[in-house]
Every structure is written in C-alpha cells, then in structure tokens.
Design a protein around this ligand. Structure first.
Ligand code: NAP
Length: 360
C-alpha cells in the first residue's frame, strides 16, 4: 500500500465546469460529467525549493512577455479559463495515450517528438510540430515531458525555453521521480513551475479506464499566485476526473516504493518472457496472471525498463535481493530433495534403515 500525504483542502475554490465537448467526441466515456474529486492544497511542501536555480545557472525566458500578457488577458473568458493548452514533448506510446484523454476532456493538445507523429496527432485532434521552436512559440500553459527516461536530459536541453511564456508549468510523467525533479530544478528558469508526476498505469493496464488507478504527484515548485495554483490544479484535475486515485508523495518516497512495486514487477515479467510461456488448454488462474504480467510489462519499451533500472537508486539492491531470494528458495528445494533421496537410497526393503545410513 502506498503511503499518502494529506491533500484535500476545503479552502480551495471549486473548479470551473469542464469545457463543452468538442464535435465528434460527444460519446467518449471521459466526457461524462464527473464530480471534481480532487481539491488539493497547493501549499509548497518543498518550499525550500521555491525559486531555487541549478548549479549551472538559470536560463531565463526572455522574448515572450508581450504575447503572453495579451494571451493571459484573453484567457479571462470562462471557457478559456477551464481549457489548457498542453504541449506533449515525446509523442510516442505514452504521450499519445495521454493526449487522447487530454483532448477528450476539451484541452488543446500540441505535440513534438524526435519522429514525425503528425498523422497520429491528427487522429487524436492534436497539432504536431516537428520543430521545437514552433511548439514553444505556441505558448502552451503546460509542457508535459513524456520522453524516454534515458533521453530526457538531452531533450530538455534541446528545447528553446526562451520561446515559452515566463510562467510555464512543466510537468514530467517519467516512471522515476528523483532524477527528473533534480534535472528540472537545475535546467528550468526559476519563473517556471514544476510538477513531477507518475501516472502508475499505461496503455495496457489502463485500457479499461483510469478509475481507481494511482496517480502520484509532487508539487515541486508552484508559484504562490492563485493563477499558478489554479493551473496546476486544473492539470491534476484531468486525472482526478477520470477517477484516478490521487496520491501526493515526495519524489524520494516514490522511488523507494517504485523499486519494489514497479521495477520488481517489470523484472519478473521480463524474466517470465524469457521462458516463452504459452497458453494451454488447462490454464489455471495463477498461470493466466503470469501470462498477463508478461503482456503488461513487455508491451512497454526496453528503454523504459532500462530507465527504471538506471535512474532509480534502489533498483540495484532490489536485483540483489531477488537473486538472494531465488538462491535461497532453490537451496531449500534441493536440500529437501537431498534428504528424500538419501532416505530412499538407504532404506532397507523391510522399512528399516540400512547400516550405511546410520553411518551417514
Ligand atoms: P519510452 O520508450 O520510455 O519513450 C518513448 C518516447 O521517448 C518517444 O516519444 C521517443 O521519441 C522518445 N525518445 C526515445 N529516445 C529518444 C532520443 N534519443 N531522443 C529524443 N526522443 C527520444 O516509452 P513510453 O512508454 O512512450 O514512455 C514515455 C515516458 O512515459 C517514459 O518516461 C516513461 O517512464 C513514462 N511512463 C510510461 C508509462 C507506460 O505505461 N508506457 C507509464 C507511466 C509513465 P519518438 O516519438 O521519436 O520515438
């Protein structure tokens, strides 16, 4: 069970009503009116980090002031307030999966990736920009980093941050949390807000909806104005509206838990995949669970699994514990086998022990 920190606050103003559905998406399940389940406190649990900049010196957003001043005036309209412009950087498997729900809830989605995903973006009702400059010049409210863990630093460094609005909210959805938190604090201008999150599900495990699935988040650096708190809340509310179990947790605590929950699960799934298990006419429930585990874990990229190993401090220890546990189990089995064999070997036909057995 994941420990939680308190997160509800009656003091927060209620969210504005969800934006009206876009044409053609009217029947999608996520458009059903859902209660605003989530009303977090935007106190800064990591207040010491507010406005902290990295060792390498802060980059400052420079050239967007007039444009976003005008845009923020326009967003005083009620519908505009509720609708976020969300840029997804890393428009691969998981990026597209998130985009579908963001768009279905009426948010404007724009994407960027190393590869050209224009067609996929179009089919999701999103716009795709091959050039990161063009993406940033769209002045999204939120930038969601959804690249592979291994490529995140290079991708973040390649973004022309100076083209974004000064108050942009950066969100990461990486499956490890301490690494992106430190990276974002180090590389982003101090004016940018930072929300580290981990939706603990994917296209396979969340294929029947997100209801009850855990969504972990840490408000690493959210400016203290009401606008910034509201923007962060509106983003989190996308997941709350889908019924996710919202869990506020520090990035450190997440990684301690995730090594066991996630890295172990993926390791066992990938280990079983090496056995090339096949369905049989007499599958038991337990065996079917194993087959499902293989499917759930191996449908994610190896980069993702590798990232879980490389960027979680706790993974190496977990691998060692797994190896010890396996060896100890094997020793126990072979120990018992040895005792039984010896009994059979030295048992005389009349049921008594043979003289040799006494000596041993
Ligand atoms: P992934 O293999 O971890 O990441 C694929 C994305 O990373 C693609 O958009 C890909 O770009 C980009 N990428 C890979 N190498 C790159 C490089 N060298 N330079 C630039 N971009 C590169 O698979 P994923 O499942 O889509 O996961 C994306 C992120 O979401 C990861 O950080 C993962 O931890 C997190 N996440 C995934 C799940 C899940 O269930 N899949 C759940 C929660 C969180 P292209 O588009 O050009 O291929």
């Amino acid at each position: 069970m994941i420990p939680t920190r308190s997160r509800f606050a009656s003091a927060c103003p209620p969210l504005p009503p969800p934006p009206p559905p876009r044409r053609g998406l009217r029947n999608m399940p996520s458009l059903r009116p859902k209660p605003a389940l989530f009303n977090p406190i935007f106190r800064l649990t990591t207040s010491g980090l507010l406005r902290r900049t990295g060792a390498g010196g802060a980059v400052r957003a420079m050239d967007a002031a007039q444009v976003f001043d005008r845009e923020s005036g326009a967003s005083d309209e009620p519908d505009q307030r509720a609708r976020l412009k969300i840029a997804i950087v890393g428009f691969g498997n998981f990026g597209q999966y998130l985009a579908r729900t963001f768009a279905a809830q009426g948010h404007a989605v724009i994407g960027h990736s190393r590869s050209d995903h224009s067609a996929a973006a179009r089919s999701l009702g999103a716009a795709f920009f091959r050039d990161p400059h063009d993406l940033c010049e769209q002045h999204p409210d939120v930038v969601v980093l959804c690249t592979s863990i291994l490529s995140t630093e290079a991708v973040l460094r390649s973004l022309p941050l100076q083209r974004l609005r000064r108050s942009t909210l950066f969100v990461d959805v990486l499956s490890v949390k301490e690494f992106p938190r430190n990276l974002l604090l180090q590389l982003l201008p101090p004016e940018f807000d930072i929300l580290c999150t981990h939706p603990m599900f994917g296209p396979e495990s969340g294929k029947h909806g997100w209801s009850g699935l855990p969504f972990v988040y840490d408000n690493v650096r959210i400016g203290d104005s009401e606008d910034r708190a509201n923007r962060c809340r509106r983003f989190l509310d996308i997941f709350a509206r889908e019924g996710c179990r919202m869990v506020e947790m520090s990035c450190t605590e997440h990684d301690e838990n995730a090594a066991e929950i996630q890295f172990l699960t993926h390791t066992v799934g990938r280990l079983l995949a090496k056995l090339d298990l096949k369905p049989t006419p007499i599958n038991t429930k337990g065996y079917e669970t194993l087959l499902e585990l293989v499917e759930n874990t191996c449908s994610d990229s190896f980069d993702l699994y590798n990232g879980l190993f490389m960027y979680n401090n706790n993974s190496t220890e977990l691998l060692e514990r797994l190896e010890l546990a396996f060896n100890s189990l094997r020793k126990e089995l072979f120990g018992r086998l040895h005792v039984n064999l010896r009994k059979q070997l030295f048992q005389s036909p009349d049921g008594g022990s043979s003289p040799g057995a006494e000596e041993n």
